[in-house]
Design a protein around this ligand. Structure first.
Ligand SMILES: Cc1cc2nc3c(=O)[nH]c(=O)nc-3n(C[C@H](O)[C@H](O)[C@H](O)COP(=O)(O)OP(=O)(O)OC[C@H]3O[C@@H](n4cnc5c(N)ncnc54)[C@H](O)[C@@H]3O)c2cc1C
Length: 500
C-alpha cells in the first residue's frame, strides 16, 4: 500500500481514537467517498478526494475526531449515504471524511410517547422494517427511501413524497444531538431537546441544523416521530391531453382540503416524452396522454374510502382521465425505484444513447408561477442542449411541497441528463452557468433555489446571497461563531466569506 496522504502523527491519533479498522486510507475507500450521484466534474476527481476516511460508532469518538481536526486545522466532512444531490458530502478541501454508516443503532422505541431514538447512520427502510411489528412507522419517505440515512436527511432538510400528510424531515425529527465544529455537544429541539414536540422556552435552535449540509456540526443522535401505520393507501393517476388542463386539475386536487392527502405530483409533457422514449418500466399509454397527475391518500379506512371518492370526482371534473388501477397502484408502489437515477440519455443530433448522469433542479415555487417557470426552464435546457451536445432534457415534475398545506407551493424539478465523460473545464463552466440561469428564474418568480436538496452546488450557490439578502450576513456570523477555525465542511455555502 502506498503511504497514506496524511501525516503519520494524524493517522496515529485517529487510530488511537477509533482503532485501525475504522481509519481508512486506501484509494478505493477514499475515491468512492468523493462524489455523490449528482453530476460531478469527473475530469477533476482528484481535487475532491478525502485524505482519510473515519468510521466512528459513538458520539464520544465523533467528539474526539472533531477536536483533533480543530487542533490540526484539518477539514472534516460528514457523510451519511452519499445520495445527496447538492454535493454537500463532496469534500472540497480534502481532509477527514467522517462516514456515519456504522452509527446505525436504534437506541429506544418508545410506544408510550411515540418516539424512536436513532443514530444518524440508520436508513428509513430498515428502520420501518424494525418498527413494523409495533404498528407504527417513521414517515420520512423520499424517493431515496431505501438508501438515504437519517443524518443526511437532517443535513439536507429532506422532503418526503408523503409530506403533505405527515410532514417532511424537519417536522419529523423531534430533537437531535449535535457535535458542534469545536467538539462541544448540544441537544436541540423543544426545551431540553428530548421528546417534547412544542415548547416556547427561549430560542428554538433546531431548524438551524436542518439544511446546513454538514457545515455547522454533526448530528449524532435523533429522536424521531412515530405515527400509526396507515390502514389504507390509495393512489390515482389521471392523464390529460394538455398541460394547462393538467395544471388546473393539479391545483384543484391539492386544494381539496382532504386531510389524508399525502401528495399530488404533476408530470409535464417533456417528462411523458422522456418516459415513453427511455423508461423500461413505462406502461404504454395512448399518444394523447401528454401530462399526468398522481395523487396519494393515506389514513384509516374510514377516512380514505370517502376521500378516494372525492379525489376521483375532482380528477374527473377537472378534465382528468383515470389511468386505471395497474398504473396507479403499481407506479405509486414503485415510487422509490421509478424515480431513481436514470443512467442514460440521448443526443439530440443523432438520437444516440449515451451514459448520462442525472441533475435534478428542485426549486420551491408558488402554484401561480409554475407554467411560466416551466417554459423558461425548458428554454434554458434547450439552449444548452443545442450549444454543447452533452445534455438531455428529461422533463419536469411538480410535487406538493408544504407540510399539511399542499396548496400553495411546489417542489418543482427539472431533470437534465449530462454526459459526464465529456466534461472538461469549458463544459463544466457551461454547466454551472446553466444551473445559475435555472436558479435565477426561480428567484425572479419569487421562489427559492431549492426545496430539499440544498443550494451548495457550484452554479446555484452563487445566488444564495441574492435569495437571502441580509439574512446571509447573519448566516455567516453564525458559521464563524460555531466554527471559529472553519474546519467543518469548508468551502460550502460561500462560508469562506465569513472568515475574510
Ligand atoms: C434516486 C434519488 C432520489 C432522491 N429523492 C429525494 C427525495 O424524494 N427527497 C429528498 O429530500 N431528497 C431526495 N434525494 C436526495 C438525497 O437522497 C437526500 O438529499 C438525502 O437527504 C441525503 O441523505 P444521505 O444519507 O445520502 O446524505 P449524504 O449525501 O451523505 O449527506 C447529505 C448532506 O448532509 C450532511 N450530513 C450527512 N450526515 C450528517 C450528519 N450526521 N450530521 C450533519 N450533516 C450530515 C453531508 O455533509 C451533506 O452535506 C434523492 C437522491 C437520489 C439519488
Amino acid at each position: 500500500m502506498s503511504a497514506p496522504p496524511i501525516s503519520d502523527a494524524l493517522y496515529d491519533e485517529l487510530v488511537g481514537i477509533l482503532g485501525a479498522e475504522n481509519v481508512l486510507v486506501d484509494k478505493p475507500a477514499r475515491y468512492n467517498r468523493t462524489r455523490v450521484p449528482a453530476p460531478f466534474p469527473v475530469h477533476r476527481w482528484d481535487d475532491h478526494v478525502p485524505d482519510v476516511v473515519v468510521l466512528p460508532t459513538t458520539t464520544d469518538e465523533v467528539v474526539e475526531v472533531v477536536k483533533l481536526a480543530n487542533r490540526n486545522r484539518t477539514p472534516i466532512v460528514p457523510r451519511a449515504a452519499g445520495t445527496g444531490l447538492a454535493d454537500g458530502a463532496v469534500p472540497l478541501r480534502h481532509g477527514i471524511l467522517l462516514d456515519v454508516k456504522r452509527m446505525n443503532r436504534i437506541r429506544d422505541i418508545d410506544m408510550t410517547d411515540r418516539t424512536v431514538t436513532v443514530q444518524p447512520g440508520v436508513n428509513m427502510l430498515k428502520l420501518n422494517e424494525v418498527l413494523q411489528p409495533y404498528g407504527v412507522f417513521y414517515p420520512d419517505n423520499p424517493a431515496s427511501y431505501p438508501c438515504s440515512m437519517v443524518g443526511g436527511r437532517i443535513g439536507t432538510s429532506g422532503w418526503s413524497l408523503i409530506g403533505a400528510r405527515y410532514g417532511h424531515t424537519k417536522d419529523l425529527v423531534i430533537s437531535l444531538e449535535v457535535v458542534l465544529p469545536t467538539g462541544k455537544v448540544i441537544r436541540v429541539g423543544g426545551g431540553a431537546g428530548g421528546k417534547v414536540r412544542k415548547s416556547s422556552t427561549a430560542l428554538t435552535l433546531k431548524e438551524l441544523f436542518f439544511g446546513h449540509q454538514g457545515t455547522l456540526g454533526i448530528a449524532t443522535e435523533a429522536v424521531l416521530e412515530l405515527v400509526p401505520r396507515p390502514e389504507a393507501e390509495f393512489a390515482a393517476f389521471f392523464s390529460y391531453s394538455d398541460y394547462d388542463t393538467a395544471y388546473r386539475s393539479c391545483g384543484a386536487l391539492s386544494k381539496s382540503g382532504l386531510a389524508t392527502l399525502a401528495g399530488v405530483v404533476l408530470f409535464d409533457e417533456w417528462k411523458l416524452d422522456y418516459l415513453r422514449r427511455d423508461d423500461e418500466a413505462y406502461i404504454e399509454q395512448p399518444s394523447d396522454v401528454r401530462c399526468v397527475n398522481a395523487v396519494a391518500l393515506y389514513g384509516t379506512d374510514a377516512e380514505v374510502v370517502p376521500a378516494a371518492r372525492r379525489v376521483m370526482e375532482i380528477g374527473h371534473d377537472t378534465g382528468g382521465r383515470y389511468l386505471g388501477d395497474e398504473v396507479s397502484q403499481g407506479d405509486w408502489a414503485a415510487r422509490h425505484d421509478r424515480y431513481a437515477i436514470p443512467l442514460h440519455g440521448r443526443l439530440r443530433s443523432s438520437g444516440q444513447v449515451v451514459p448520462m448522469s442525472w441533475h435534478c433542479e428542485d426549486a420551491a415555487l408558488n402554484y401561480s408561477v409554475l407554467p411560466q417557470v416551466r417554459e423558461e426552464w425548458h428554454a434554458i435546457a434547450d439552449r444548452y442542449i443545442e450549444g454543447y451536445g452533452i445534455f438531455d432534457d428529461w422533463g419536469m415534475f411538480a410535487y406538493t411541497n408544504g407540510s399539511h398545506a399542499p396548496w400553495g407551493d411546489y417542489l418543482v424539478e427539472i431533470d437534465i441528463g449530462i454526459w459526464e465523460q465529456k466534461l472538461d473545464d469549458e463544459n463544466w463552466a457551461a454547466w454551472t452557468r446553466c444551473k445559475t440561469e435555472i436558479a435565477a428564474v426561480a428567484l425572479k418568480h419569487g421562489g427559492s433555489i431549492t426545496a430539499c436538496h440544498g443550494a451548495t452546488r457550484a452554479g446555484e450557490v452563487d445566488l444564495v446571497p441574492s435569495e437571502l439578502g441580509g439574512a446571509f450576513d447573519v448566516m455567516k456570523d453564525i458559521k464563524r461563531l460555531l466554527d471559529p477555525n472553519n474546519v467543518m465542511n469548508p468551502g460550502k455555502y460561500l462560508f469562506d466569506q465569513a472568515y475574510e
